[in-house]
Structure formats: structure tokens, C-alpha cells
Design a protein around this ligand. Sequence first.
Ligand SMILES: [Cu+2]
Length: 283
Amino acid sequence: MPVAASENAKEVDKLFNFMMTIATGLFLIVEGALVYSLIKFRRKKGDTSDGPHIEGNVALEIVWTAIPTVIVFILAFYSFQTYNKLGGLDPVNSRNVPPQQIAIDNNDDQIALGIGKSFGKEALQVNVQAMQYAWLFTYPETGIVSGELHVPNNQPVQLNMTAKDVLHAFWVPQLRLKQDTIPGRQSIISFIPSLKGDYPIVCAELCGPYHGGMKSVLHVEDQDSYEEWIKSNQPVQEAYLEKTLTVDDSSSNEKFLTSYIENMDTEKDTVAELTHNYSHQDS
Ligand SMILES: [Cu+2]
């Protein structure tokens, strides 16, 4: 298993190790009995007689039905407990959804999908948009838009995710978290990172020919380097925003952009789509 980079991951690992222990024990008992019988009850040379005729054994059948049943119930109970501990039944996944910056059609009455405890306003909110074939992370508090996810260590993070085109899946093996991102709907995961480092963000849902290249990086940093990253990214964004706002006073982004892309062999539809997205992010 890769390193466990969050508190959630440790819970998942405990469940996994428990299941693995039972499975290994069962494997050894069943295979051991098989190998033992192969050797012990092998036909002796010259022995052509039949084996003893055995017709069922009620006690034995009850035992070998009861033991797996008990094991399955224990595993079901333990899995459910872990799911609950990770926040699977938490209200974050019902109505209490923070406003998304990216426009989503009609999600007021829908239940948000996902897993994670509800940390409320305490959590760092990051909006995640998945698209063919990239991840886009927006920090609503600072206005930063990034292709990488930076989070401070030991602080709750809530990812509000959606997809622009087709189904994708946000997966960070080191967090033991995987969640589909869905066009037109919001899904949420929350976690508390507990180990500094850089971890891969992988798309885990076949989403098109370049699906394999749809990767990004999760940087779990100490508070200082995180704030430094925020600072170093913010001025660029602000300067850019100011520039676009002053030039673009007629709210016709298309006109503004057209002068730049005239020689770039770009379709008019693409420009329209781009400006559409920008106007959503501004509001
Ligand atoms: Cu994808």
C-alpha cells in the first residue's frame, strides 16, 4: 500500500488489514487441508478398492455455513462503522452544500454525492472541475485558479467537484479516496491531510483517448509554504483580472478576446465557450 497521508487513510487501512488477515487465514486453512489430504490419502500402490461411502454430515454442514455467515456479518458491521467514521452518513452529503462558483444546473434539490465529515466553514474550500483531460482547482476565498492542488497540512479540506464534459473520477491513492465527478451535479469529498508530501491525483474513470494522461499533483505543505504559494499566485491573478476588467467594460468578452486570437486558428465556438466560463467564474 502507498503511504497513508490522511486520518481517513488509516481507518481504511485498518479495515483492509482486518479483511486481509481473515482472507489469509482462510486461504491457509483451505489450501493446507487440501495439500495435507493430497499427501495423506494418496492411493497406495496396488490398492484398487473403493473409498468409504460417506453420505453427508449435518453437523459439519451447519458449522461450515455458520462460520462464514458470522465472518460476513462482522465484516459488514465493521465496514459500515468505518464508512460512518469517515463521514459517509454526514449531513455534508445532503443539503448543506456551499455555493459553487462553477455553474451547475438545478442541483438545489439533489443530494450531493461523496464522502467526508462536515467541517463547515472551518474547512478550506476548493472547487474542482474535471474536464477532458485536466483538473482545474479554484480557491473561492483567494480567487486562485490552478492546475495543481495545494493544501496546508493538518487542516480540513473540502473539495466541491463537478465535471465539464463526461464522467471522471478524482483519485488520490495516498488519501484512499476516490470519487466520481459528474457533469451537472456536485460531488464532495473532505479529508484532513496528515503527512506532508506530493501525491498523484489520477483520473480513475475511463474518460476518453487521453484518459491516461489526466493527472495532477496534490501538494500537502506546512502552513508557511502554503501561504507562500497563495501569495506568489495571487498577484498574477489580480493583475490579470484588473486588466481584463478595465479593457472589457462592455461585457463583451468575445470582442475583447477576438483581437488576440485572430491569428491563432481558433474556432469561434471555442471563444464563445471560454468567455461563457469566465463570466460564470466572475459572478
Ligand atoms: Cu478523466
